[in-house]
Ligand binder design. Structure first.
Ligand SMILES: [Zn+2]
Ligand SMILES: [Zn+2]
Length: 285
């Protein structure tokens, strides 16, 4: 099985972390967010039932941390029914080959993200020149070659349903990547946003380390389409989420989330879009 899956040749451990690394947070009785260095993976499922779905797959070389957490929360020998990806950036697929290899479960992603997960397409180079701090400067060092999951990755159903999560629907929230998706549960207005927006300013290394909460657009150095990204944030805000778990940073909820999300929508051009950078149109501002 492993023969047909491989990471890019630039796959490597990235030595950056946050104070929450290794910790997890029960956001709701059936939603658990685990922080791996600087990124979150989410376990959706009731621990009593032992049934769950894993959203995203962490940083490079993080599979063991995910195996441990899954075992701790759902019991020995339990495995998810599926792994569902918000998108395929290196910090969201870092452990996926080991996970698929051991668990032998399907991986789902948006149709437009599949070529980036089957070795056919590579993401635009991260923009180290973008307005921002240390993390952007480090970004050329991040893995960018496409991974190849071969036949293990499948397309999300086009009717918006989410495999094994009947109460959720997926929304195409492109901009940060072509096939980026977010997940929404209408019943309690829970949003799993991925990197459509995040609650930590990703381009400031000290904020990434301390996880100080600050709503922000998608991570700047990896976002090639700011117009689409803005529309995606508007789409998510129009759902009036009550709780948001984002790909980076701590979960946000209630009044704080509403206030911050509205602020982001209203001031997107000022606070999300960088002043300069190779993916910002000259006429954007
Ligand atoms: Zn990303
Ligand atoms: Zn990310």
């Amino acid at each position: 099985m492993t023969e047909e899956m491989n990471y890019g040749s630039d796959y490597k451990y990235i030595p950056t972390t946050s104070i929450n690394s290794g910790l997890g947070m029960e956001v709701l009785p059936d939603v658990f967010s685990q922080t791996i260095q600087i990124v979150n993976v989410v376990y959706v499922g009731d621990p009593q039932s032992g049934e769950f779905v894993l959203i995203d797959a962490g940083m490079p070389h993080s599979a063991d941390k995910i195996f441990l957490m899954a075992e701790e929360r759902f019991g020995e020998d339990r495995k998810p029914n599926a792994i569902i990806l918000t998108h395929g950036h290196f910090d969201h697929v870092g452990g996926i080959i080991e996970l698929v290899d051991r668990w032998d479960v399907p991986v789902y992603a948006h149709e437009l993200e599949i070529p980036y997960l089957t070795g056919e397409k590579r993401y635009p180079e991260p923009d180290a020149t973008v307005e921002g701090g240390m993390v952007a400067k480090m970004s050329p060092y991040f893995p960018n070659e496409p991974i190849n999951l071969g036949s293990h990755v499948e397309v999300l159903p086009d009717d918006g349903t989410v495999p094994h999560l009947p109460d959720f629907r997926w929304l195409h929230t492109l901009g940060h990547s072509e096939g980026h998706v977010s997940f929404f549960r209408d019943e309690d207005k829970l949003l799993l946003a991925g990197d459509a927006f995040v609650t930590v300013k990703q381009d400031k290394l000290y904020k990434v380390m301390t996880q100080e909460q600050e709503i922000s657009g998608p991570p700047r150095y990896l976002t090639p389409d700011w117009k689409a990204s803005k529309e995606s944030v508007q789409k998510l805000a129009s759902l009036h989420p009550e709780i948001a778990v984002t790909g980076h940073g701590l979960p946000m909820s209630g009044e704080e989330l509403t206030k911050n999300l509205n602020y982001l929508v209203e001031n997107f051009d000022q606070i999300a879009v960088p002043e300069y950078g190779k993916y910002v149109d000259k006429d954007y501002h």
